[in-house]
Design a protein around this ligand. Structure first.
Ligand SMILES: [Zn+2]
Length: 204
């Protein structure tokens, strides 16, 4: 009978399919990688433990609503509580990690969560700019060091931040030009990033 035939999918195959779909939701995971991960999880008991550990760890860590940095779940944010004179503003967590790794800066960070890019529908209100102003208002006399890429988006974001911190008791600086256009700190080598930090300029 045409059209009434139903293809049978076993519960195991269905679980496998769902597992692949879930893995595919992770950034940077292709269908092929998702299938490979799913097979490993199901076939290798050690992988199940790895997965459990990942879940455990991710439940113990959360993102601070103010500064965008990671913090222990339910605990006070050490990055916000830092008495550093300078707040280093970066676009992403990767940028912060690169700056810390390169030893360019050891104070407090503020992670915007991206750069203003209207064409990609990323508007100032999508980033932690209001939160930055609040931090500056609560901690007068600090310096805000913008470690943003020198791209159209980076410049637009720097300008917007400068305007939004108007009338605040704060000095605003930006890391030196000389970085390749559009390059974020997380893709650059130590020397380049270090030079950019050493050659910062005040823009207020
Ligand atoms: Zn924080």
């Amino acid at each position: 009978m045409e059209g009434t035939e139903k293809s049978f999918v076993s519960p195991a195959a269905l679980s496998m399919r769902t597992l692949v779909e879930e893995f595919k939701k992770l950034p940077g995971i292709s269908l092929k990688a998702a299938q490979k991960l799913s097979y490993s999880i199901l076939c290798d008991p050690k992988m199940k433990n790895t997965l459990k550990k990942i879940i455990e760890l991710s439940e113990n860590v959360e993102i601070c609503e103010t500064c965008g940095a990671f913090k222990a779940a339910g605990a006070e944010c050490a990055n916000c509580a830092s008495d550093s004179d300078i707040i280093c503003v970066v676009a992403t967590y990767g940028d912060m990690a690169a700056i810390e790794r390169n030893g360019c800066f050891k104070g407090s960070f503020h992670i915007l969560g991206g750069l203003i890019a209207p064409l990609e529908n990323i508007l100032p209100e999508d980033l932690k700019i209001k939160e930055l102003r609040k931090r500056v208002e609560n901690n007068p006399g600090k310096e805000v060091l913008l470690a943003l890429p020198f791209s159209i988006e980076g410049d637009a974001t720097a300008l917007y931040i400068k305007d939004s911190l108007e009338n605040c008791d704060v000095r605003i600086s930006r890391i030196a030009r000389g970085l390749p256009a559009g390059a974020a700190p997380d893709v650059l080598d130590r020397r380049t990033v270090l030079e950019a930090f050493n050659g910062k300029t005040y823009i207020d």
